[in-house]
Ligand binder design. Structure first.
Ligand code: SF4
Length: 390
């Protein structure tokens, strides 16, 4: 990145009108449906929140002279007990299903790859209608199943160690494509039902608030997936208007902030976004957030893992009561980075604890299936013959 000006020019619009976190106006009815990506002329029900979907379907069925309870039957098949198609909603008369299919769509994401690690981690590559590919990782841990979901196809933020950042930004996902990652897993046989969701897959969720906002509702709503807000974590590099918007939601959604370096100078070299959102402002936003924040910190051998880095990080984390999650670097990312050696991880952890900070070292999962963000898509592109090749 040659200059701040270049960086700001390069960054796609983040969905906010200005730094005071005013959301850009959506469609006049407040729905998230993007007409430019409508699948045919039908209304995509999976792009609506459960309340919006219920109202829309109820209005249509009332016009058809159907009893009011039918709308709830349809709603149940959107997320709670998802159906692959209207035809699969067999508790609804065939004629009504056909009318629904003529008016609405419930688009699927195509499973392009489904690979399982020896440690149980399972990674999916979903192909979208326009050919874009996104990744989702399911990580079992005892009774918990954490799903790491993507919010953008690619990413514009170019963090130096990230395979997704290296591939560049393609587009924002729509709500049905983000929540659809959970829906597709519920449609598997046997189904996968996550207990926890983390927005730590491809993309920066707070650069796509317009779709992430309704997706949070779909994930949490009892007529959606019914996952508790405290079990849903939005992870950001520190997009300040987005943090403010998240803090205004009444539910207790969790916030994780990728810090990755305890000084502006070092952070700028690893995360160009630090030019737009400097560390001091990000830390202040974490301090003001009314719930406990987690700091994510990827350990890069010889780069950000010295004891003095730990001391500086400890001061920042203690200042806003943050929990620190240390992440060993997955091999196969990008750049010439290497993971920290075990002795450095130990001394880094010890120093943070000495500073009175609660810290955990994340277990590396799915090392045999390219489970770090963006890696599977990169591998798939390597293996897929170019268009037109035999
Ligand atoms: S680490 Fe996250 S924000 Fe940074 S480039 Fe990768 S996907 Fe984007």
């Amino acid at each position: 990145m040659s200059s701040e000006q270049d960086y700001v020019k390069y960054m796609p619009h983040n969905g906010f009108d200005d730094e005071s976190a005013t959301l850009s106006e959506g469609p006049p009815d407040g729905r998230v449906h993007d007409e430019s990506r409508t699948i045919g002329p039908r209304t995509n029900l999976l792009n609506l929140t459960p309340s919006q979907a219920l109202e829309t379907v109820a209005g249509f069925l009332a016009e058809c002279g159907e009893p009011a309870y039918r709308a709830r039957q349809v709603l149940r098949h959107l997320w709670t007990k998802p159906a692959g198609s209207f035809d699969d909603m067999t508790d609804i008369p065939r004629e009504v299903r056909q009318r629904l299919a003529g008016q609405f769509s419930i688009p699927r994401l195509a499973v392009d790859m489904d690979v399982q690690s020896s440690d149980g981690t399972r990674k999916f590559l979903f192909r979208l209608a326009d050919g874009q590919a996104i990744e989702t990782v399911a990580i079992p841990d005892g009774k918990r199943l954490t799903l790491c979901i993507s919010s953008q196809a690619g990413c514009a933020l170019q963090c130096a160690f990230c395979a997704t950042g290296a591939m560049g930004f393609a587009r924002n996902l729509e709500a049905f494509e983000i929540a659809g990652q959970v829906r597709e897993l519920a449609l598997l046989d046997p189904p996968l039902q996550p207990t926890n969701i983390v927005f730590m897959g491809m993309g920066e969720p707070l650069m796509n608030w317009k779709a992430v906002d309704p997706t949070l509702t779909i994930l949490n709503h009892p007529d959606g997936f019914g996952i508790g807000a405290r079990h849903i974590t939005v992870s950001t590099v520190g997009v300040l208007p987005g943090i403010l918007a998240l803090s205004k939601r009444p539910e207790q959604f969790r916030l994780a902030i990728s810090i990755h370096a305890p000084t502006d100078d070092l952070r700028r070299t690893l995360m160009p976004v630090n030019v737009k959102y400097p560390l001091a402002d990000v830390i202040e936003a974490a301090r003001r957030f009314d719930r406990r924040v987690t700091f994510e910190y990827v350990l890069l051998g010889g780069v950000n893992d010295a004891v003095e880095h730990a001391m500086a990080l400890g001061r920042l984390a203690r200042g806003c009561g943050a929990f620190v999650n240390l992440i060993p670097l997955h091999p196969g990312g990008t750049g010439n980075f290497k993971p920290s050696v075990p002795a450095s991880v130990r001394s880094f952890t010890t120093e943070l604890r000495r500073a009175g900070v609660e810290v955990a070292v994340r277990k590396s999962r799915g090392l045999d299936i390219a489970a770090a963000c963006g890696q599977l898509r990169v591998e798939r592109l390597r293996r897929r013959p170019p268009v037109g090749a035999n």
